[in-house]
Ligand binder design. Structure first.
Ligand code: CDP
Ligand code: CDP
Length: 223
């Protein structure tokens, strides 16, 4: 039997992975996994439980036992909707810190693979095409200039009525980009078989159309 198809979308922070991944999944009628939310849920749980973010064994135990649930685009811990809370600055920084711990990545590995079921899966993160689904028939490396990405985050925060400062957003992006690219385990890198999609001057709809074309070109969906 042919393996269930996967569209792997990897790229740096605020490149549009979540937005594009969700829309591509909807258009195809496929499942959707935002793997970053698993790292965010792990960090949130550690912060709440007072587990030190450097305590690899302690944090990995939390990751293995996460009562994570996804309901459309909402992210739940048990019955609690934490979709907004996991986007907090402290949780964002925490997620990128726990993501360097090999035991935490190992604890989340099987869980991510379990989302692969028919008719298909769109998954985004940093290591989907390299580590989680290296056999994905469609791999996209989604990126944009740091300035464009900081601008997008700024707009997102303003639209939610949250405080936003361009300078500190740029600083935060640079630090997280560096941590994601430099870590020993599953660093963010464009895979040789991934298609580069630079959306610095491209809107969301054009990015979605580009990915859908790739899926159709591979004969994985009608249309
Ligand atoms: O939304 P943003 O791109 O800023 O972050 P995210 O995708 O929600 O991921 C949060 C953090 O988890 C990132 O800073 C990464 O360090 C980490 N992550 C990872 O290491 N591997 C993944 N597959 C997904 C996220
Ligand atoms: O998941 P990731 O951190 O990569 O990014 P996101 O949260 O999906 O997207 C950040 C913001 O950029 C969203 O408000 C999008 O509407 C916007 N945006 C985009 O995703 N893609 C473009 N080509 C232009 C803007």
């Amino acid at each position: 039997a042919r393996a269930v198809p996967v569209v792997a979308i990897d790229g740096p922070s605020a490149s549009g992975k979540g937005t594009v991944g969700s829309m591509v999944a909807k258009a195809l009628g496929w499942h959707h996994l935002d793997s970053g939310s698993l790292y965010r849920l792990t960090a949130l749980t550690a912060l709440r439980d007072g587990v030190d973010l450097d305590d690899e064994i302690g944090v990995a135990a939390l990751a293995a036992a996460l009562p994570a649930r996804f309901d459309g685009d909402r992210v739940l811990l048990g019955d609690e909707d934490v979709s907004d809370e996991i986007r907090d600055e402290a949780v964002s920084v925490g997620a990128s810190r726990v993501a360097v711990l090999p035991a935490v990545r190992a604890a989340l590995f099987g869980r991510q693979r379990d989302y692969r079921c028919g008719p298909g899966l769109v998954a985004e993160g940093r290591d989907i095409g390299s580590t989680i689904f290296p056999d994905a028939p469609v791999k996209v490396f989604l990126t944009a200039s740091p300035e464009a990405r900081a601008q997008r985050r700024y707009k997102q925060l303003k639209e939610k009525g949250l405080p936003a400062n361009m300078e500190s957003l740029m600083q935060d992006l640079r630090e997280r980009d560096a941590r994601d690219a430099a870590r020993a385990v599953a660093p963010l890198q464009q895979q040789p078989d991934a298609v580069l999609l630079d959306t610095t001057s491209m809107d969301v709809d054009a990015a979605v159309a580009f990915v859908l074309d790739l899926v159709r070109d591979r004969g994985l969906a009608a249309g």
